[in-house]
Write a protein that binds this ligand. Sequence first.
Ligand code: G
Ligand code: G
Ligand code: MN
Ligand code: NA
Length: 250
Amino acid sequence: RQTEDELRRDLGTDRFKVYYQPQFDLRTGSLTGYEALARWTSPALGPVSPEVFIPAAEACGLIAPLSEWILTKACRAATEWPEPVKLAVNLSAAQFRTGDVADMIERVLRWTTLPPDRLEIEITETALLRNTETARSALNRLRGIGVSIALDDFGTGYSSLSYLSRFPIDKIKIDRSFVQRLTADRNTSAIVQAIVGLGKALDLEIIAEGVETHDQVAQLRAIGCHRVQGYLFGRPRETVGFPIPEVVRR
Ligand code: G
Ligand code: G
Ligand code: MN
Ligand code: NA
């Protein structure tokens, strides 16, 4: 397949990039971290979304080297940020199929000298569903060295709630489909409120992703969800940005 051939050719070159999207705390107005988002522009195919090239890399056995490259690049960048905020990196389900994802992460942390407590990994419910035992032991090991774990796209997967007690989760990311419906739909607002309540009861951090409007911010504040990420506050960019946008401060 052409995508796979091009992927193989471009792996490790600067045609792959890592972009960073900021996350904020609405109460304090402070920057809390950045999510790393991989980007690829292929000479033959043009810009290819990670929704396409991550599955392609999984299919052709390149997910391990690609992920290690992304993680290394992001961790190295994070050691040079002006503030020691968290770096969140996405891991795909396929990476939990084998037992060595924790080894890879530990190796990259040592190599880049990023303190483990600055790294957060984002996983989806699907990843946990498909590889329950290897995922549990990898996550426990990472947790043990100080890496934190975020459950991504929360609410869209299967059997969400059981994961919260069965895996060492620190943070829930409320999927942007909920955020998008928040101001138009009373039921969605009740669901988000329930997720926030659940998170508080379980002592989890909660962040809303995909925040695009001031009305969504007002609703999230009212519901008690104080962490946010989305185009309203900052798009993913190649370099990290200061100062903090006005919309967070007021
Ligand atoms: O930023 P964007 O909308 O292009 O991301 C699309 C999807 O690709 C999202 O689900 C995001 O989590 C995923 N993604 C982005 N970068 C990475 C990465 O480095 N690794 C993995 N596994 N997924 C990523
Ligand atoms: O699955 P995950 O949550 O990792 O995916 C994050 C994706 O959401 C990335 O592709 C990122 O570019 C995209 N994204 C980030 N902020 C916004 C936003 O405010 N609106 C929309 N529509 N997408 C966003
Ligand atoms: Mn994510
Ligand atoms: Na998401």
